[in-house]
Design a binder for this molecule. Structure first.
Ligand code: DGY
Length: 321
């Protein structure tokens, strides 16, 4: 029997994914899920044809240039790929793949959790209960922002944005969006397109950020743009922390310009600007958009499908380079 090809997973993987990886490849694993330095990755990748990484592993030029020549594919266990330098990989002849589609629903669900959690003050309510401070129902207690009939503005109407729109419609919301290009009518489902982010913001009682992290979207939501939102709007971010200027968002949450924010992602995560922790109107989650068993397994299996294709000399189905 031919020797198995060697593959490195720089982070721990779900059990079912690890099982298939070790069944089909000579796998180098990181069961402790320790963050590896570029030097450690380069050493561990010796003789490997594949490297599997995740969204929080930075695979910039300095890491990619150190990889041994044996590496033919970097499969990121994520739909986002801003952490991988595609140009550097391409230069080295390394295919980079991601995991689109399978996390759309799970991430859109978390966007709704953030939207509802922020609008209905879920953190404050649960904390009051758990801390034994609930003295009984009152007409004015924990009154939040009504969702039904409100305008949900979506910045970035890709797969996840459209799944958020579908959920928003289910909650009786009116959908507005902006996108690089207008969607065909059959994908719009009656949503109102705005040519510019600025126009979208003026029409968003709720704003859901669903665009990728790029140089163009860096700090998209800054003080000037927050000022365009209606007073008492709610902001939801399940895309990437880099799209939000934390300084501006925190100021708007403190001043009451915004009623609340629901955030699943943070710039510089896992470090989070500690000022968010003092804000009762911030509903915060630790980047769990794709965290369901089904989704995480599916993401891992897509990584492995891509490894299998490259190992067999076929084009990788999710090649980005
Ligand atoms: C992704 O896949 O890009 C997500 O952010 C990880 O859940």
């Amino acid at each position: 029997m031919a020797d198995k090809l060697r593959a490195l997973a720089v982070r721990a993987l779900p059990a079912a994914v690890t099982e298939r990886l070790t069944r089909d490849y000579d796998a180098r694993l990181n069961p402790d899920d320790r963050t590896m330095s570029p030097e450690e990755i380069a050493t561990a990748a010796e003789g490997c044809f594949a490297v599997i990484c995740v969204a929080t592993d930075t695979f910039g030029r300095e890491v990619i240039d150190k990889l041994p020549d044996s590496v033919k594919i970097i499969a990121t266990f994520s739909v986002g790929y801003e952490h991988v330098d595609l140009t550097a990989a391409k230069k080295r002849g390394i295919v980079v793949t991601n995991t689109p589609d399978v996390l759309t629903d799970a991430t859109a669900d978390i966007a709704m959790l953030c939207l509802l959690g922020a609008a209905r003050r879920a953190w404050e309510a649960e904390t009051m209960l758990r801390q034994g401070r609930w003295t009984g129902w009152t007409t004015t207690q924990l009154v939040g922002v009504h969702v039904t009939g409100k305008r949900l503005g979506i910045f970035g109407m890709g797969r996840i944005g459209r799944a958020v729109a579908q959920r928003g419609r289910g909650f009786g919301m009116e959908i507005h969006y902006t996108n690089r290009s207008r969607l065909p009518a059959e994908l719009e489902h009656g949503a109102e397109f705005h040519d510019t982010p600025e126009e979208l913001l003026r029409h968003s009682d709720f704003l859901s950020i669903n665009a990728p992290s790029t140089a163009d979207t860096y700090h998209f939501l800054n003080a000037e743009r927050i000022a365009l939102l209606p007073d008492s709007a709610v902001v939801v971010n399940t895309a990437r922390g880099t799209l939000v200027d934390d300084e501006a968002l925190i100021a708007a949450l403190k001043s009451g310009k915004l009623a609340a924010a629901g955030l699943d992602v943070f710039e510089g995560e896992p470090k989070v600007d500690p000022r968010y922790f003092d804000l009762p109107n911030a509903f915060l989650l630790p980047h769990i958009g794709s965290a369901t068993v089904e989704t995480r397994n599916a993401m891992g299996f897509i990584c492995l499908d891509n490894l299998d294709a490259v190992a067999a000399g076929r084009p990788a189905p999710n090649a980005l380079t």
